[in-house]
Ligand binder design. Structure first.
Ligand SMILES: *[C@@H]1O[C@H](CO)[C@@H](O)[C@H](O)[C@H]1NC(C)=O
Length: 243
């Protein structure tokens, strides 16, 4: 089981930019592959290119360019390789510490509606599921409580780059009065499947409603002010004797 393939950057060694053009850098990486397995890596890059590395799975150094062959040959002797065991052990010790990293992270779910780009329906509902871990997830749609599979598309689980994932499921639909549309999310972080009902009176619609109401109120105020003004003027005239 892949708990969290986590690559912790322990140190950066060797930095020497020369005339802004060349950049040699190295990483020491401790990757937790599973609850029982680590890969310890030492990698040297020239600009973006990996030119040589030590990989604990292979137990030796490998060169990727001619220039590194000699260095690698020198390092691949029992003395240096034996030294690596300590580093691998240190890397392995992270497994117990990473236990909490393997706890599931609950997603944040938000529904939104947009005009459909194409297809048979004018609108598309999007169930946006953000920041969950682990990657495995099921996002489905219910229309009036019944599972809907047609007009549904989904992205893959997309990596945020911070071990969390997001996914977006789309349902193309024609708005119908009284129809209840629900996005159902099943994830190991939830005890039960979570239901998110689409509220047609969503944010944007609420905004439109608010603007409309404000407009109406403003109209009423203007009307009222006009009425009072008119009344004052007409009554005023009556009070002033004309001759
Ligand atoms: C390290 O070696 C293992 C076993 O050959 C391989 O699966 C893995 O991809 C290697 N890692 C890197 C970063 O090259």
């Amino acid at each position: 089981m892949n708990i969290r393939s986590f690559s912790s950057l322990l140190c950066v060694f060797l930095l020497f930019p020369i005339a802004d053009a060349f950049f040699m850098h190295g990483f020491i990486r401790c990757q937790l592959i599973s609850k029982h397995e680590v890969v310890y890596l030492e990698q040297v890059y020239f600009n973006k290119r990996l030119i040589g590395q030590y990989n604990s799975s292979l137990g030796n150094y490998t060169s990727y360019i001619e220039y590194m062959k000699e260095v690698v040959h020198y390092l691949n002797n029992p003395y240096f390789l034996k030294k690596k065991e300590k580093d691998i052990e240190k890397c392995r010790s992270h497994i117990s510490k990473s236990e909490d990293l393997s706890t599931p992270v609950k997603p944040y779910v938000r529904l939104s509606s947009a005009k459909a780009e194409s297809g048979r329906h004018p609108r598309v509902l999007v169930c946006n599921v953000y920041n969950f871990y682990p990657k495995q997830i099921r996002v489905t749609w219910l229309r009036d409580g019944k599972n809907a599979t047609s007009d549904v598309t989904s992205t893959d689980e997309l990596a945020n780059g911070n071990w969390l994932y997001h996914i977006h499921s789309h349902l193309e639909y024609t708005p119908r009065m009284g129809e209840k549309i629900t996005c159902m999310v099943e994830h190991v972080s939830f005890k039960d499947p979570q239901l998110y009902d689409w509220d047609p009176m969503s944010e944007s619609e609420r905004k439109k409603f608010a603007v409309g109401t404000a407009g109406l109120l403003l109209g009423l105020v203007v009307l009222l002010a006009g009425g009072i003004y008119y009344k004052r003027n007409t009554t005023g005239r009556e009070l002033v004797p004309t001759c």
